[in-house]
Design a protein around this ligand. Structure first.
Ligand code: CTP
Length: 479
């Protein structure tokens, strides 16, 4: 028996909802993710640390109306989710409650119409000692299986095709084999699903520790290309002297290497990676998405030279350009769009720094300054790309090459700390007075060059700064 499962029913918020339901003569059953996660926690010891989110099915009344009244009574925020499906949400200080009207003839029927057996457990607050399990959810939680309740479930809502992988990934479960066959059979329906919904499920999947394993499985069923048609052409690009995998698999391998690379990052970089980016997605999740897309510009830039060499000149730029309409189509937020575009555009840059031997201090500084706060992510992307590239042409000097990327990251943190502590030597007004010129873009360029010289230690006080600005202005900007 699962202990304490009904504990939250004592919360004032849920008590408030239950008494209101009783007053209105309807019945509220607890269902969904909360019950599933408590059972998983007790059987498998996995814990969840997000804000509690409770789902209730309302029998014998309107779920939307009950949600509206609950929000009023508990001073919460009411959100109408979908009037036609009778769904709404109440956001309270300590939790969030989702309300859904009972579909079909009653609770039993409603549970049968849900997606997976593990999501179809229910609790009647009047009998909290009995967990209602009409479709075998407990057994599937025990065996860690994601099993569709019926084939019709994916026809009714094809998003559930993707949800199968997102639950497998986020819970560490496997998709049961008949379910997988059904998912494949109805794969074409995935193209018709609203892309905000697709993105939400994808974000949860990318946030899981082993997203790459599940992306690989999705790849083998065609699900990934349904979501990102841009990936289709990457299957054409075969392995070569540098790449041991074809391009489609290389990009998934880059996600895997990124997941493995996280632990190798210094603690400070790991903290940055776990910061939020957008809609429940961390910077690390966003980076994994970038890994999956980093080479989408390759198919259209692929040339095999007379000597048999494979080249992809400009694939970084083209890939970045392709990411913009992709992000807009998927309804990603602007910060996420900009981040993915930037990662794809500059993914070669850390490696390129070392192409002609060790870079100068100035080249490294310019790299830091131009990439801004995204340097740690870009370095992890470059490392992941490198580790996902194991062709025979690349076996020499691997360790040294990786070492250089780690050093580049270490120096970045020194740069960030020092740059933040250096005093400002001159501002725009000082420069105008010094040179007797008026405001204009030249001032900005001079200050930019002065900043660089200061960070390189070439200029350290006001006198030197004035001399530097005078000389540069005379050399570059005065006729
Ligand atoms: N559900 C469904 N089909 C969907 C979405 C949801 O059958 N396309 C049902 C499932 O029973 C699910 C419940 O509605 O458990 C709540 O859905 P949701 O909040 O999306 O997921 P949770 O299972 O609560 O999981 P999590 O909180 O981790 O997102």
């Amino acid at each position: 028996m699962i202990s304490d499962i009904a504990g939250p029913l004592q919360l004032p918020s849920l008590q408030g909802l239950l008494s209101l339901a009783a007053e209105r003569g309807c019945k509220a059953y607890m269902v969904g993710g909360y019950l599933r996660d408590v059972v998983i926690a007790q059987l498998h010891g996995k814990t969840k640390s997000k804000t509690p989110d409770y789902d209730f099915v309302i029998e014998g009344g309107s779920a939307v109306e009950l949600a509206r009244e609950t929000a009023e009574r508990l001073s919460g925020h009411f959100v109408l989710l979908d009037e036609s499906f009778d769904t709404a949400r109440v956001v309270l200080a300590d939790c969030q409650i989702d309300f859904a009207g009972c579909t079909g003839s009653g609770l039993q029927d409603d549970l049968k119409r849900r997606d997976f057996t593990i999501n179809a457990l229910a609790l009647d607050p009047a009998h909290p000692e009995v967990l209602i399990d009409t479709v075998g959810g407990m057994d599937d939680i025990k065996s860690k299986s994601v099993r569709l309740i019926s084939e019709g479930a994916v026809v009714d809502d094809p998003l559930r095709i993707l949800r199968a992988w997102r639950f497998a990934a986020s819970l560490g479960f496997s998709i049961e084999s008949d379910t997988r066959t059904v998912l494949e059979r109805h794969m074409s329906l995935l193209s018709g699903v609203a892309l905000e919904r697709v993105s939400y499920e994808l974000f949860v999947l990318f946030e899981s520790e082993d997203a790459a394993v599940h992306l690989k499985d999705m790849g083998s069923t065609g699900a990934l290309e349904k979501i990102f048609p841009e990936l289709k052409a990457t299957r054409r690009v075969t392995s070569n002297a540098y790449h041991h995998l074809d391009l489609f698999d290389h990009q998934i391998e880059a996600v895997k290497q990124c997941e493995g690379g996280f632990a190798l990052m210094p603690a400070r970089a790991r903290r940055i990676l776990t910061r939020p980016m957008a809609h429940g997605l961390t910077r690390f999740g966003a980076l994994k998405i970038s890994c999956l897309l980093h080479d989408i510009g390759k198919p259209d830039t692929w040339v095999i030279t007379e000597e048999g060499k494979h080249t992809f000149i400009g694939h970084d730029k083209l890939g970045a350009e392709l990411c913009v309409p992709l992000a807009r189509r998927m309804k990603w937020s602007k910060p996420l769009e900009r981040f993915v575009e930037k990662m794809v555009r500059w993914h070669l840059r850390p490696g390129q720094l070392f192409h002609q031997g060790d870079p100068t201090d100035r080249a490294i500084l310019r790299f830091y300054r131009s990439m801004g706060e995204d340097v740690p992510e870009l370095i992890l992307l470059a490392l992941s790309d490198f580790r996902a590239t194991c062709g025979p042409g690349l076996q020499v000097g691997r360790e040294q090459a990786e070492q250089k990327l780690f050093e580049l990251l270490e120096r970045y943190f020194v740069y960030v700390d020092e740059a933040g502590n250096l005093p400002r030597l001159l501002d725009g007004k000082d420069v105008m007075a010094l040179l007797g010129i008026t405001a204009g873009p030249v001032i900005g360029s001079l200050l930019e060059a002065l900043e660089e010289a200061k960070q390189l230690g070439e200029v350290s006080n006001r006198r030197e700064a004035e001399e530097f600005v005078r000389r540069l202005h005379a050399e570059k900007y005065s006729r």
